[in-house]
Design a protein around this ligand. Structure first.
Ligand code: SF4
Ligand code: SF4
Length: 718
């Protein structure tokens, strides 16, 4: 990983009396060290990648503290690490993106939660829900309910978030329940400050070893018959212990307000949005003080029945602000009130949307009818006007448009090595006909957008090859499964490759070998080339990915007999290799390794190197592509085959032509795809390749001068 987190690592070293400034997720990272964590593991994914990335780069400092860091192969292996807490009084934390990561980890979580923990076990999940999310819209809450895990959802305020990390460990130890700390995208990126404490070197650590393993204890195994006892312990001992801890330490916050006969119960993570919405109704001030009493749930599971009942009793109505569906918290509260025969009217999803992100506007939309019903018809006038004017402003803007704005889907980076493969696949299908494509998670999923629109299904990270097993036996043409090297190691090797080989499936698998898990922030993999290989490749000006053969040797070892390796920018070769795989006589798994280093990482690697060469006065040649506007015939086949953001359109300089011409704008990294596509698809000959020479030699300057003079002599005077 080339991104440097040295500034963040400095923040981790802050001690008592110093002030931390920064983002929520870094504050959580620091809080783990202040809590005496013994080990940290996880699998990267937005919005919590930063936690693990920083920890991995801070390994030297963590080594001084005795904290072990593990960049796990997937979320299941991260969750399994928490098994240490089943026997030993050491604190462990793991992290991943939810809901997808929690799905992968759920087997280990069930087996952890059943025996319960001795040392605090904290799972920091990035709740990737709502605007900007990149995964399926589901709630982690369901896992807390089904496996009996504490679920913390702290108010997005750095001191509170930091406190909740420490309490998360203690709550876990007091109740024997593993705890999940749920952070929404906005909580991860909220900025603020808190008074730091000294980091706590863990009592058991890589520097303070345990002399002996724990005594054998069958009760600590998630194995029958003790699983029946463990289930009883969950509701007889652990949940009551957790509730007591929550009450004793006031983890949920009661905030009074002058309308004491009303109340709002809110998930901690939604507090900031709720206060902003209340301000629109004139029911909260700039300091976050609400006129309606609030019960802020920094722990959303388990709820404390007495606390909820005390809050609701005697009120005319209570509104539950709970994001996502189904309404677990509202249902839980309704049951608590019913069982106690408390007649307070309960609102929630009747006034607020069942699904989707609860932005300020959405919450205000639910508060308006609530305030009108209980505070009078005019109580919500200001918010109602605000919502109406927002709607009118949007309507006015769209009325000015002559046609709808074109969608702007995300796309591959400029020069991405994966783009050419989709160009080749388009061309190959022109020859052999359309094929079923099982897509996967990763940068290559960007191929599902225009201009490629490739992929019939995405079933999970590394699941493409497995998912085609139900399709390919019924399909006349062979199917294609696409996977990145990240997905291959995360899951694809076992669920897909092993299964296909074991069953003797006739399948085609394309593995993008770009050297990193690029989509999650270009973290390193077991097959990432070493630093020495990178330095060697740099000296030779080569792409470095081909230096590592871990994927190839693994596949050979498993028994893959048909394997081809193609550099991704060789569009014509990739097209013929794809055709070969689809039509070959060979009946079995066919694997195409698409080689090409992630361009983002490549640029990070070579930019400082080129800058240093230029500084030393060395000659440097950069390749750029361009379009000759006099030759371009305006059919734009090149754009439909590429989708590169730097290959775009401009007005036709010929006054007799109306169609815009293609043009390559500044930013082209000279990846070569334009030339390869023009050749493979026999496009019009308008593309040219230019070499930009920096620090040219004396004879190159001389020749350039001669050429310039000749060109100007041949041009007619204007
Ligand atoms: S991060 Fe790398 S692999 Fe992903 S789209 Fe960008 S260049 Fe391609
Ligand atoms: S060569 Fe073409 S595809 Fe490659 S970066 Fe330049 S414009 Fe984009």
């Amino acid at each position: 990983m080339e991104v440097s987190f040295s500034r963040e690592i400095e923040s981790l070293r802050l001690g008592a009396g110093e002030t931390f400034h920064g983002e929520g997720i870094l504050a959580i990272t620091k809080a783990l060290l202040q809590s005496g964590v013994s080990y940290v593991g996880g699998y990267q994914g937005a919005p919590v990648s930063h936690l693990l990335d920083v920890m991995v780069q801070a390994k030297d400092y963590l080594g001084e503290l005795g904290v072990h860091v593990e960049a796990c192969a997937n979320e299941a292996s991260a969750a399994a690490m928490l098994g240490a807490s089943i026997h030993y009084p050491l604190r462990g934390a793991v992290t991943w993106k939810s809901i997808v990561g929690t799905n992968v980890a759920s087997d280990a979580l069930s087996n952890l939660a059943s025996p319960g923990v001795v040392g605090g076990a904290l799972i920091v999940v990035g709740e990737d829900y709502g605007e900007g999310a990149s995964v399926i819209q589901e709630r982690t809450h369901a896992y807390a309910l089904k496996s009996t895990l504490c679920l913390l959802d702290p108010r997005p305020d750095l001191p509170r978030m930091v406190d909740m990390v420490e309490h998360g460990f203690r709550l876990s130890e007091a109740s024997s329940m593993p705890a999940i700390l749920e952070l929404r995208i906005r909580a991860c990126h909220v900025r603020g400050s808190f008074e730091a404490k000294d980091n706590q070197p863990p009592k058991i650590s890589t520097r303070e070893w345990m002399a002996d393993p724990a005594k054998f204890d069958y009760m600590r195994l998630a194995h029958p018959p003790v699983t029946f006892v463990q289930e009883k312990l969950k509701h007889e001992k652990r949940i009551p212990a957790a509730r007591q801890y929550i009450l004793d330490h006031q983890l949920n916050e009661l905030m009074p307000g002058r309308h004491a006969d009303l109340g709002i119960v809110v998930q901690g993570g939604l507090y900031n949005a709720l206060i902003r919405a209340l301000q629109q109704l004139g029911l909260a001030n700039a300091f976050g003080e609400s006129d309606i009493p609030l019960l802020v749930l920094n722990v959303t599971y388990p709820l404390v029945p007495e606390q909820v009942a005390d809050f609701c009793a005697g009120k005319r109505a209570v509104l539950v602000v709970e994001e996502g569906q189904p309404e677990y918290i509202e249902q839980d509260i309704a049951t608590m009130l019913r069982r106690r025969d408390i007649q307070t009217r309960l609102h929630g999803k009747d006034l607020l949307p069942l699904g989707g992100e609860y932005s300020v506007e959405v919450i205000a939309g639910g508060l308006v009818p609530f305030a009108r019903s209980y505070l009078g018809e005019t109580a919500a006038d200001s918010a109602s006007q605000w919502l109406t004017s927002n709607r009118e402003r949007r309507a006015a803007v769209s009325a000015q448009l002559t046609k709808p704005l074109p969608p702007r889907p995300p796309g591959f980076c400029i020069g991405c090595p994966e783009r050419p493969v989709f160009s080749a696949l388009k061309l190959a299908q022109q020859d052999i006909g359309p094929v079923h494509v099982a897509a996967d998670i990763g940068c290559h999923a960007l191929g599902t957008f225009e201009p490629f629109s490739t992929g019939h299904s995405i079933l999970g990270y590394g699941m493409s090859l497995a998912s085609r097993a139900g399709v390919s036996p019924m399909m006349q043409r062979r199917t294609l499964a696409i996977m990145g090297d990240g997905g291959f190691w995360h899951n694809g090797l076992l669920t897909g490759v092993q299964s296909a080989l074991f069953n003797g499936d006739d399948a085609v698998l394309m593995i993008f070998k770009n050297g990193y898990t690029s989509a999650t922030g270009t973290q390193e993999l077991i097959s990432t080339p070493t630093d020495a290989a990178k330095a060697l490749a740099q000296d030779k000006g080569n792409s470095l990915v081909h230096t590592d053969r871990t994927i190839e040797s693994t596949l050979e070892g498993l028994g893959v007999k048909w394997m081809r390796k193609v550099h991704t920018y060789e569009v014509d070769t990739m097209r013929s290799t794809l055709k070969d795989a689809f039509t070959s006589e060979f009946n079995g798994l066919k694997v195409i390794i698409a080689e090409g280093e992630c361009q983002l990482e490549r640029q990070r690697r070579i930019k400082p190197w080129i800058a240093s060469l230029l500084k030393q006065g060395e000659r440097v040649v950069r390749v750029k592509y361009g379009v000759d506007e006099d030759v371009c015939n305006g059919d734009h086949a090149c754009i439909r085959l590429s989708g590169c953001p730097t290959l775009t359109l401009k007005d036709n300089p010929d006054p007799l032509k109306v169609d815009p011409v293609a043009t390559v704008i500044d930013g082209c990294v000279g990846c070569g795809l334009c030339g390869a596509n023009a050749h493979a698809a026999t496009l019009c000959p308008s593309f040219y390749r230019a070499e930009v020479v920096q620090n040219p030699r004396w004879h190159e300057r001389l020749w350039a001068g001669v050429r310039r003079a000749m060109v100007s002599a041949l041009q007619p005077a204007t």
